[in-house]
Unconditional design. Structure first.
Length: 427
């Protein structure tokens, strides 16, 4: 049948209303999100912690639309941010400062200032990623007359079993304070009256497909915390990062459900000296990936016979500029027909689905649709690292975003227009 998201028939969003004289409500390419679905995913993940105190600090780099942040705030989540821009949006969406953590290897003075000065005490934790960063944060806290709540992001030197471009916890990554520098970092923060050390964090990588490495990094962090607490010091929270993988539904990776990661972490904490204290996690992908799709129009069907393999190409109006994951990571996303198939003609014959961009890597792979060539398609599991990584490469304006709740459109971000793009160039 026809493709649905959040109970909504996608073609209804793009077809002109009956009568046909009015312009269609939305144009492809556009992202569509199910706010109910992503809130439910966040709640299910949090349920994995049971009665253990916890904060699900949604990593908004995965998808940063205001309606998504508001829905997740209402589901009890906080946010993980990596820039002053993200922090500003999280605050504008009503996230409480005391539920926000801030990662980043290159935080600038204005970003630190924003983190320290929002709310009564600033954000929950500014995560320090180097010894060198300490002096800057201290100087900003002194200048503002605030106390900086900081945590060390520890580089646990654990090799996550994932794509090398998204592994972050091995010793050559630029992220986090190396274990051997932790002592010096500790001393420096303890000497700074403007800084309060409130936590430790780590993150080993993204699209993790098993819990083993996450558990290992958690145990390492618990060990570091226990050693530091032997002298009577107490951390407020431990943050075990994000990275919980999702199944992209084409028979590739099959990670455990996200809540299993939470259960494993809760168990590790329960059997440690940190039992009963606050656990923070930073999930992005597993909250939103499956609740967002990229809708694309079919521009034309091209046939080539010259090469050894004759092909049918389905050429879309959406490309790697809208969804870069296939080009960048070799990721595979399911592509489905949007409208119901009208007949069985051509069944079984695959299409090579490609975008409009002038790069061979602008390629979504081979897909079978059945029936006549589709007029529009739906690229699935595009809710995470889709719109946030989109660009206007090749002069293609950023796509629109449509947010659904209770089977209705409740918000939409307008697509940028070709005129916007022209204006941007003609500075
Ligand atoms: N915390 C930190 C410190 C991170 O670096 C990341 C992701 C997260 C949390 C959230 O990870 P998640 O739960 O979403 O896996 N663009 C790539 C993924 C890059 C992830 C970067 N860091 C992709 O499309 O696969």
């Amino acid at each position: 049948g026809a493709a649905l998201v959040g109970g909504v028939l996608l073609e209804d969003l793009f077809e002109p209303p009956p009568g046909g004289h009015e312009a269609a409500r939305f144009k492809t390419p556009a992202y569509v999100y199910d706010l109910d679905g992503l809130a439910a995913s966040a709640r299910d993940l949090a349920a994995g912690f049971g009665a253990a105190p916890h904060l699900v600090a949604y990593a908004m780099k995965a998808c940063s639309g205001g309606p998504i942040l508001r829905a997740l705030r209402d589901a009890g989540c906080g946010a993980t941010v990596v820039s002053g821009g993200e922090l500003s949006v999280a605050l504008a969406a009503g996230m409480a400062p005391e539920q926000i953590v801030f990662n980043g290897v290159a935080k600038q003075a204005w970003e630190i200032d924003l983190a320290l000065s929002c709310g009564a005490q600033g954000i929950l934790g500014l995560h320090l990623e180097s010894v060198e960063e300490i002096a800057l944060v201290q100087a900003r806290a002194r200048a503002l007359g605030r106390t900086a709540r900081v945590a060390f992001r520890v580089n646990p030197d654990i090799d996550a079993d994932t794509h090398h471009k998204v592994a972050t916890g091995h010793d050559e990554a630029k992220f986090g304070v190396p274990l051997e520098d932790l002592g010096a970092a500790w001393e420096e923060v303890m000497r700074a009256p403007e800084m309060r050390l409130v936590g430790l964090s780590c993150h080993i990588g993204s699209q993790l497909t098993r819990t083993a490495e996450t558990l290992r990094s958690a145990e390492l962090l618990l060990g570091v915390a226990a050693a530091r607490e032997a002298s009577g010091f107490r951390f407020e929270y431990l943050d075990f990062g994000g990275g919980f993988g999702v199944g992209y539904g084409w028979g590739g990776e099959t990670p455990p459900a996200p809540r299993v990661f939470a259960e494993v972490l809760a168990q590790a904490v329960a059997s440690s000296s940190f039992a009963g204290r606050r656990i923070v996690i930073e999930p992005g992908r597993c909250v939103v990936a499956e609740h967002g799709v990229l809708c694309a129009g079919v521009v034309l069907v091209k046939r080539t016979r010259a090469s050894a393999t004759p092909r049918r190409w389905l050429v879309l109006d959406a490309g790697m500029n809208d969804l870069v994951r296939p080009a960048m990571y070799g990721a595979h996303h399911r592509v489905e027909r949007m409208e119901a198939a009208s007949d069985g003609a051509g069944e079984g014959e695959p299409f090579r689905v490609v975008g409009p961009v002038c790069e061979s890597s602008d390629d979504f792979g081979e897909h079978v649709f059945g029936g006549a060539p589709p007029r529009r398609v739906v690229i699935r599991d595009a809710g995470a690292y889709g719109s946030t990584m989109a660009s206007e490469y090749n002069g293609r304006p950023l796509p629109g975003e449509i947010f659904l709740r209770g089977g209705e459109v409740v918000a939409a971000r307008k697509a940028r227009t070709p005129e916007d793009w022209v204006a941007l160039q003609m500075c």
